[in-house]
Write a protein that binds this ligand. Structure first.
Ligand SMILES: NC(=O)c1ccc[n+]([C@@H]2O[C@H](COP(=O)([O-])OP(=O)(O)OC[C@H]3O[C@@H](n4cnc5c(N)ncnc54)[C@H](OP(=O)(O)O)[C@@H]3O)[C@@H](O)[C@H]2O)c1
Length: 284
């Protein structure tokens, strides 16, 4: 790719999983990548991989829950490269527990990262892209930002919030040729399920082979393919598309399917406190 078509790409949550693979995929195309997350040492490793693919890199350690740090991420990108062509608002984490039993502080914290982190990125970068006359923002929600699932209510709420924000911004920014795409991955094999807030439970599900997981590389490939093209949303995998459709046209049927999912979760979790949460289901 020549200097003219090279894009300047910011990826948040670039230290792991979907963000890491997205940064690497842009780097392989010859784009310049700006890597943001809290763990600087992991960003160094990802940056080395991007440079090995021939890309220019910039590391900006960032906690996306801090608005000033997200603004600094945009400012440092402009200082280094003069423009921002793509922002992938990807940083986020999961939360497990029955909706009525969630810890309030933990719920506010996950909104700070999963929702406000995305909004801070949009607020910092959209004006830059409008001034430039174009750009592309990807907001990573989830298939379960389309349909709530049992024992993930807090997380789903953050992702629904991202979906709503994205749909509004998409229409507002389109006249400026700034595309805003909602990304809805299905279950993806990353460290997401090992986080303290998930304590490896769904990882156990994965080992039990209950559900099929897509690769973070496939999510990254969908984002990179779409960059620079107007596309309202990327709902990934056939199962993800089916769930979104069923949720829209048959919510009662979807509830019954979800009850099976709830039972599978409880079974996969065994003895721990999540099974405890799962036992407080609607029919018991
Ligand atoms: N895995 C799935 O099944 C799945 C499905 C649908 C949607 N998603 C979404 O995809 C996105 C990426 O998740 P993943 O699966 O790739 O998980 P992951 O491997 O755990 O990566 C999460 C990334 O988010 C970053 N992050 C977390 N909190 C942050 C904060 N406060 N500030 C900056 N960065 C932060 C982490 O970096 P640091 O810890 O270094 O800060 C890490 O790079 C998330 O938004 C997630 O909700 C995942």
């Amino acid at each position: 790719m020549n200097e003219h078509s090279r894009k300047i790409v910011i990826v948040t949550g670039a230290s792991s999983g979907i963000g890491q693979q997205t940064a690497l995929a842009f780097a392989r195309r010859g784009d310049a990548v700006v890597l943001a997350a809290r763990r600087a040492e992991r960003l160094e490793t990802v940056a080395a991989g991007c440079r090995a693919a021939g890309a220019q890199t910039l590391i900006v350690p960032t906690d996306v829950a801090q608005r000033g740090q997200v603004q600094a991420l945009a400012d440092r990108t402009i200082e280094a490269f003069g423009r921002i062509d793509v922002l992938v608002n990807n940083a986020g984490y999961g939360m497990f527990g029955a909706a009525a039993d969630l810890d309030e502080a933990a719920l506010r914290r996950i909104f700070d990262v999963n929702f406000f982190g995305v909004w801070y990125g949009l607020a910092a970068v959209a004006p830059v892209m409008v001034r430039q006359g174009g750009g592309h923002i990807f907001n990573v929600s989830s298939v379960i930002g389309k349909r709530g699932t049992p024992l993930h209510g807090g997380y789903c709420a953050t992702k629904f919030a991202v979906s709503g924000l994205t749909e509004s911004a998409r229409v507002e920014l389109r006249p400026h040729r700034v595309w805003v795409t909602l990304v809805c991955p299905a279950l993806t094999a990353t460290a997401f399920f090992d986080a303290d807030t998930m304590t490896g439970r769904s990882g156990r599900m994965r080992r039990h082979g209950y559900y099929r997981f897509q690769t973070p590389q496939s999510v990254a490939a969908a984002i990179v393919r779409t960059a620079g093209r107007y596309r309202p949303q990327l709902v990934l995998t056939g199962g993800g598309k089916l769930l979104a459709l069923l949720a829209a046209i048959a919510p009662g049927l979807t509830d019954r399917m979800m009850e099976r999912y709830r039972r599978d979760l409880v079974e996969a979790m065994g003895e721990d406190r999540t099974a405890e949460a799962g036992r407080r289901g609607p029919d018991e």
